[in-house]
Design a protein around this ligand. Structure first.
Ligand SMILES: [Zn+2]
Length: 297
């Protein structure tokens, strides 16, 4: 875990984005004289806190791919087979199973003049998103809507013997997202939640083992409790063999660094110089470093 520190404007983001990321992308030294070692890295991934791509129909379940497996389970029940229902019929995005009135959203948007849009629960499906014959199909006593209403933690109990569903959910739980509901709209997620969900998907889908992950001030705007989850996420990535590079001001995050690169001495024209690189102890002892002075070991 590498942390880039330094006062605002000292060039931290320029170093990771303009130099490191660009040099990797173009396979040559960009904005620097030379660069070595990038050929050892399979993939470089910059993680930001922008909202998740996709419409309001994107949910933790669809985003992590577990919903595909859950729909197959419902389609494999005796009841579904006897009605010739397919996995696609259990999608709230598909015409065949969704409530035709609210189109699977469970709510009706009403545009009022002078007032922003107001949503009301769809009266046709009572907010349950599906047609009634789909809701009658049960897996272990739960309908597809019941499952979408479950938190990640609750769903882990239901699918405990099904690794394809259980494992992705357990990753979400490990990084502190166990309280999210499977069918919760991605539009309701905070920047920190979106950030962790994106990485979780990456871990679930491609299981990176030799990638370099870049985080630019990931702690900004996070609740202190979330810092623990963020660190847990870094630990998982590193345990799997990846490298993490974090631009950060937060002393708690800095204190977890294996290696620190401190830039300075000041911002703007007076920045861009390497003040220190090495382990954390050395940074604290480095008299030239502003960051070092603020760290208590
Ligand atoms: Zn409806």
């Amino acid at each position: 875990m590498n942390v880039i520190t330094g006062v605002s404007g000292s060039g931290k983001t320029s170093l990771v984005r303009d130099v490191l990321l660009n040099s990797f992308r173009y396979e040559s030294a960009i904005n620097c004289k030379s660069i070595s070692g990038i050929e050892e890295i399979d993939e470089m991934i910059a993680v930001d806190k922008t909202p998740l791509a996709g419409s309001s129909m994107s949910t933790p379940a669809t985003f992590t791919g577990v919903f595909d497996e859950i729909r197959k389970l419902f389609a494999a029940t005796h009841e579904a087979k006897s009605q010739k229902l397919k996995a696609g019929d259990f999608s709230f995005n598909g015409k065949s199973g969704q409530c035709p009135v609210c189109k699977g959203t469970g709510e009706i948007k009403v545009s009022l003049d002078f007032i922003s849009d107001v949503s009301t629960v769809c009266e046709s499906c009572s907010g349950k998103r599906y047609q009634s014959h789909i809701l009658k199909i049960k897996y272990k006593g739960e309908s597809i809507f019941d499952v979408l209403e479950m938190s990640v933690k609750e769903a882990m109990k239901l699918f405990t013997d099904l690794p394809k569903i259980f494992q992705p959910l357990s990753i979400l739980d490990e990084i502190g997202l166990g309280y999210l509901r499977l069918g919760q709209s991605s539009a309701t997620l905070s920047g920190g939640e979106s950030q962790r969900l994106k990485i979780a998907r990456k871990i679930i889908e491609s299981k990176p083992e030799n990638a370099l992950f870049i985080f630019d001030e990931p702690s900004r705007g996070l609740h202190p409790d979330d810092l623990v989850h963020l660190q847990r996420l870094f630990d998982i990535l590193i345990k799997n063999g990846n490298t993490v590079v974090v631009v950060e001001h937060n002393p708690i995050v800095i204190s977890k660094a294996d290696r620190v690169i401190d830039l300075g001495p000041k911002g703007g024209d007076k920045g861009g110089k390497l003040i220190y690189q090495g382990n954390l102890k050395g940074l604290v002892d480095c008299e030239r470093s502003v960051t070092g002075r603020f760290l208590v070991m």
